[in-house]
Structures are given as C-alpha cells and as structure tokens.
Design a protein around this ligand. Structure first.
Ligand SMILES: Cc1ncc(COP(=O)(O)O)c(C=O)c1O
Length: 382
C-alpha cells in the first residue's frame, strides 16, 4: 500500500519545470525590464516590451505559427471565451448558428450556453461510445449560417484524440471556421496538425509544466478572421485583449512550450511505457473497465470505472493515498457524474464510479505500481 500521496492528476495541472522557474525568476529580478511593456516611450518599458516580443517569438516557433497570431490571455478559459464569443459577436451579421460537441470542457460548453441565451442557435454534436465525433453528423449539422465549430483536440477526461484534419476539411468546405481547444494536446500530440487546420486554437501554460494564470489564443494569419474583444480598457494585443502583460508569465509559458515540444518524443516514450504498465495492471482486475478503449488516445490519460462500488466512497478512499480525479478539475465540487462518460453512453452508476489517472513526465514506474497496489487493496476492502 502507498505510504505518501502520489500525484496522478497531471491533466488537472502540472508542477512547474525548474527550468521554467529559473526563467521566470530571472525576469522578475531584472532591474530594467520590470516596467510596463506598454510604456515604450522609455528604455525601461522598451526592455519589458522586448521580453514580451521574445516570448511571442519563442512560443510561435514552438507551435510553428506566426507570432502576430498569438493573443496572450490569462489561460485557456479566457482564450476559449474570446475565441467563441468574440468570433460569434464579430460575425453575427453573417449567421447565428454555432456547433460544438457534448464532451467539450465547460470552458467551451458554458460559452455556447451563454450565446444560446443571446439568440444564437446551438448544435451540440453527440459522440459514439468511444467518445468520437461522427463526421457525417457534423456534415449534416452544418448550415448556410453556421459561423463556427468548436472541437477539442484531446479530451481532458478520456484522452481521446479527435481527427482535427478531417473535421477541419468538412467545416471549411461549408465556409465555417474551426476553433480547437488544444489545451490537452500541447506537448502530447504534434501541434503542427492543429496549427495547419484550426482557424483559432486555445492553449494554457499550466498543463505543460508552466505557470498558472497564462495562456493564449492563436489565430490563423488571415485578415478576414474577425473577433471582437471581451475585455476593454487598453489597446494591448491588437486591441483584442486589454490589460498589462506580465513578461515573467509569458516567458515562462514560452519556455514551457519550447520544452514540451523539444522533449515530446522522450516524454511520450516514458509515459507510454507507464501507460502500458497501468493498463496491464487493470487488465487483471475484472471489475475495471477502461473508457474509450478502442479510440486513439494520448497515453497520459487513463479513465476507468469500477463496477460494484459506490463512486464517492471509492474516490474519497483512493484520494487518501493518491491524487487522481473523477472528471474535470472544474467539476470537483459539483458531485455530478462526468458529462463526458454519460455522453458516451456509460450507465450512471459506472460513470459515478470513475477515476481519471493522468500521468506526467515526473511519474515513475514505482508510482504506477503503488497506484495499482492501493487500488487492489481498496477493492478487497471497500
Ligand atoms: C480541455 C481544457 N480546456 C480548458 C481548460 C481551462 O484552462 P485554464 O485552466 O487555463 O483556464 C482546461 C483545464 O482544465 C482543459 O482541460
């Protein structure tokens, strides 16, 4: 049995990589570039503005996108809001229809609900029992006045990878735009795939060993792509997102993104081996079903349900020695079963008895062994 808590909740957030901390501390200690990056009338402000520009270039290079398409935000919730609401408001004269998927993160679904109350027509696409969007249903849902489709690249609860290239081809053939919530994709799958196909995508630093409180919306280099700002109060970020920028946050994010991309192959091989180890352990426990078993998935996330146990008891007991989640971190206090699992047709009792294991680059084989040992122990004792 495990003796000290083991962190297996990397999809909720990650610790900051010490190399990122180094960069951030260096920036915070800078005796000149502490200034307001908008105060470019003096040398201090210019130094800060240079740091913002450097972060933008570094992030753009890591993502292989153009630097001017990056709009800094406070995280992916804000980036998703700006993408969806900002695009819908800016283009409402052309249409009132928007499409998303029932298994999206709340930071997308709640934007759609808000827009529905303001007169937009919303289509929520279902998924199959593996969590996959049916491309034919997407094709049929698109209408002449569809403005935007929003689909996440990698699901935060199940790890399912959607076929963004195929989705983009259908959306673009109908003259609509595609937004991708790429939060769980960055550092997990090649970002070129998303950059090439999405018109806009959202990312955040704290899922890739960067700091919390900083993210970005990345826009395709296309002058016809119009957004309106949601925050007013200054002309930062091409007047799309007012507010003083924080160079230490931005450079920390850029460093984390560069590391996530450059160390992708190494980290993925490590995590894939741990994933196999975990799955091999689960395979010996007949009460356990692994969700989205047949779908392409990232190895970082494994979502299971345990038959014949009370979900709340299981989760409480398991989290005494482990740190796992039973759904998205944003839903922890709602005690609602996962909307993602329910949408995949998982029965309520099973959806309530789910655990999401999410692995990171600091996870070790002995962490996985301890996670399995403790689960076996609980299954014998609860
Ligand atoms: C898929 C997805 N989208 C959006 C978010 C929100 O990101 P942030 O915490 O940066 O606002 C998260 C984080 O939980 C996520 O997993």
């Amino acid at each position: 049995m495990a003796t000290s808590p083991i962190y297996l909740d990397y999809a909720a957030t990650t610790p900051v990589d010490p190399r990122v901390t180094e960069v951030m501390i260096r920036v915070l200690r800078d005796p000149i570039a502490f200034a307001n990056p908008s105060s470019t009338q003096h040398a201090f402000g210019l130094a800060a503005a240079n740091q913002v520009a450097q972060a933008r270039e570094q992030l753009a290079a890591a993502l292989q996108v153009t630097a001017k398409g990056i709009i800094w935000t406070s995280g992916a919730t804000e980036a998703n809001n700006l993408a969806i609401k900002g695009f819908a408001y800016a283009n409402s004269a052309r249409g009132k229809h928007l499409i998303t998927v029932v298994t999206e993160h709340k930071a997308v679904l709640d934007c759609f609900s808000a827009l529905a109350k303001q007169g937009f027509r919303i289509t929520l696409l279902p998924v199959n029992n593996q969590g996959f969007v049916d491309l034919e249903q997407l094709r049929q849902a698109l209408t002449i006045d569809t403005l935007l489709v929003s689909v996440m690249a990698v699901n935060n609860e199940t790890g399912v990878i959607q076929d963004i290239a195929a989705i983009a081809a259908i959306v673009h053939a109908h003259g609509a735009r595609l937004h991708v919530d790429a939060v769980q994709a960055l550092g997990k799958i090649p970002m070129t795939e998303i950059g090439q196909h999405a018109d806009l995508f959202s990312i955040t630093a704290h899922k890739i060993y960067g700091p919390k409180g900083v993210g970005a919306l990345v826009l395709r280099d296309d002058p016809r792509l119009k957004l309106v700002p949601l925050l007013h109060g200054g002309n930062q970020e091409h007047a799309l997102r007012a507010g003083t920028l924080a160079p230490h946050q931005l450079l920390g994010f850029a460093e984390a993104a560069e590391l996530a991309v450059s160390e992708w192959a190494h980290n993925t091989a490590h995590i894939r081996a741990l994933n196999q180890h975990l799955l091999a352990g689960f395979a010996l426990l007949p009460q356990i079903a692994v969700h989205s078993w047949l779908a392409p998935r990232v190895p970082h996330i494994v979502n299971i349900s345990v038959q014949g146990v009370d979900g709340e008891t299981l989760s409480k007991a398991y989290n005494q020695c482990m740190a796992v989640s039973n759904g998205s971190a944003c839903n922890v206090n709602t005690k609602q079963p996962s909307h993602v699992l329910l949408a995949q047709g998982i029965p309520l009792a099973l959806a309530q008895a789910s655990l999401r294991f999410s692995l990171g680059k600091m996870t070790t084989a002995s962490d996985i062994e301890a996670a399995l040992d403790y689960l076996r122990y609980l299954l014998r004792n609860i």
